[in-house]
Design a protein around this ligand. Structure first.
Ligand code: GTP
Ligand code: MG
Length: 238
């Protein structure tokens, strides 16, 4: 069995939490309420993967699947500058795709097979994984078909992760109002399909004075602990 590879988050505390960073071959899920920092971490990882290995990257490119229209090139430029990368090159090294609905989202993942290797893609981001699925399959009567389709989507991503030796990072919302399907408020969306489908789940939350807290949930590999991080002009930091 070969050694696992990681993409550093660029944040010491988060790398500690993840015991190295985002793991290649796996799906890492970022969970959190609005403004928790999920999209910011995605932006940062899309830059970090480009760094040479000795700086925590994989000397590779990212595929960024944006389902909410929240990708910001200006933010990539800021983060790239902070990491001493040429901002224009950093942007070019992120292959951006906007997914307009869940079918389109799955098609984009499927089509990625054609260019992952030639484009040296080692990170796939899906931000957010679940919003189209939730919007298109509302109500109890659609729950089974939604979960089935979500399961297929997660399987697609797992296959790419292991076949092409790349990391997958997805985001997921926390349901803040009671959801009739899953009972409790403040649970990650997607139920068991998400819980079992994603290899590692990181829960992010806002804390005092603009700080953020991250915690790994349900991991057999990681110690149960919490770490703090911040979001600044330079990106996500300790
Ligand atoms: P949703 O997608 O709404 O569920 O939230 P999210 O978890 O993706 O939140 P996101 O990563 O978009 O975090 C947004 C927060 O990041 C903002 O409220 C700001 O606090 C912070 N932020 C974003 N850009 C900047 C920036 O350029 N400078 C600073 N200092 N903070 C920023
Ligand atoms: Mg977001």
């Amino acid at each position: 069995r070969k050694n696992l590879e990681y993409i550093s988050t660029g944040v010491r505390s988060l790398d500690d939490l993840l015991e190295g960073g985002v793991e290649v071959g796996s799906i890492t899920e970022l969970i959190g309420e609005f403004g928790a920092g999920k999209t910011q971490i995605c932006h940062q990882l899309a830059v970090m993967v480009q760094l040479p290995k000795e700086k925590g990257g994989l000397n590779a490119r990212a595929l960024y699947i944006d389902t909410e229209g929240t990708f910001r090139p200006e933010r990539i430029i800021q983060i790239a500058r902070a990491k001493q990368l040429d901002p224009e090159k950093a942007l070019e090294n992120i292959i951006y795709a906007r997914a307009y609905n869940s079918d389109h989202q799955m098609l984009l993942v499927d089509e990625a097979k054609k260019y992952i290797e030639s484009q040296n893609i080692r990170l796939i981001i899906v931000d957010s994984l679940i919003n189209h699925f939730r919007a298109e399959y509302p109500g109890r009567e659609n729950l089974a078909s939604r979960q089935q389709k979500l399961n297929r989507h997660i399987s697609q991503l797992h296959r790419l992760a292991s076949l092409y030796n790349l990391a997958v990072v997805v985001t997921n919302q926390v349901m803040s109002s009671p959801d009739i399907f899953f009972g409790n408020p403040m649970k990650p969306a997607g139920g068991n399909i998400m819980a079992h489908g994603c290899t590692y789940r990181i829960w992010l939350r806002k804390a005092k004075e603009g700080k953020r807290i991250a915690r790994i949930i349900d991991s057999p590999k990681h110690a149960e602990k919490e770490v703090a991080f911040a979001i600044t002009e330079d990106g996500v930091t300790d």
